[in-house]
Design a protein around this ligand. Sequence first.
Ligand SMILES: NC(=O)c1ccc[n+]([C@@H]2O[C@H](COP(=O)([O-])OP(=O)(O)OC[C@H]3O[C@@H](n4cnc5c(N)ncnc54)[C@H](OP(=O)(O)O)[C@@H]3O)[C@@H](O)[C@H]2O)c1
Length: 258
Amino acid sequence: MDLGLADRTYVVTGGSSGVGLATVRALLDEGARVATCGRDAERLRRIGAHERLFTDVCDVRDADAVRDFVTASADALGGRIDGLVNNAGQSRMKRLDETTPDDWRDELELKFAGVLNPLQAARGHLRASDAASVVNVNAVLAKQPEPRLITTSAARAGILNLSKSLATELAPDGIRVNSVCLGLIDTGQWTRRHATADSGLSYADWQAELAADRGVALGRLGRADEVAYAVVSLLSPRASYITGTGIDVCGGIGRGIL
Ligand SMILES: NC(=O)c1ccc[n+]([C@@H]2O[C@H](COP(=O)([O-])OP(=O)(O)OC[C@H]3O[C@@H](n4cnc5c(N)ncnc54)[C@H](OP(=O)(O)O)[C@@H]3O)[C@@H](O)[C@H]2O)c1
């Protein structure tokens, strides 16, 4: 099936690693033009050059920097933006007693600014597109909180709620807004945790133990390209009647009905 993404332009935040990088690659494979950002120039450089790819250093928490990045992206890639993937970020592994007021403020700022700054910057372009789509990369934590990730769980729930409001408010402008809610996906987040866990287990054994501990029905962590498939599907003009909802990409984690 032709997803109808060729020659359209998409902005993916946090595309130098993991889910963002897999999404950038999937969109390029579909013939789309792609802009992405991250905070580290060297990691962005390692994506490699592509005639339909624009990269720039930008922290999504900085509204002015995001506005400049989005403007430069449209200028470099055909003067249009058809979709936005709000992906940049990371989680905060802390329980209540370890969490400071600064942790709460920083986490809420990252999660909310990471959606609102790119959206405000790209809104005029999205309104002008005939198939505008926003995908917020979220977590099943939004619906199934974990005490060991207390700030991230709460912030994720807020972002899921915000996504629904945005879908309603932006529908008259023809802008669809959806979420992908991730379980455990094998990216830099987990390789960094394995390195600091000092468990004595190989990464493969550590992953298998983690998947069992968290109740992942499929018994393994997901791959970034498995998430990218869901993101690209929601970006596609073929998904024209899907808004205000989300897809769980989580290998059947947990025992409840998500
Ligand atoms: N992997 C999982 O199991 C999982 C589960 C649930 C949700 N998620 C969410 O999925 C998204 C992608 O995570 P991932 O696992 O692919 O992580 P990752 O491999 O660590 O990639 C994160 C990307 O975001 C960028 N980034 C981080 N903070 C940024 C900021 N303030 N401004 C701009 N770019 C920023 C990073 O680049 P720089 O560091 O160079 O800025 C990198 O490109 C995140 O929002 C994460 O919270 C992941």
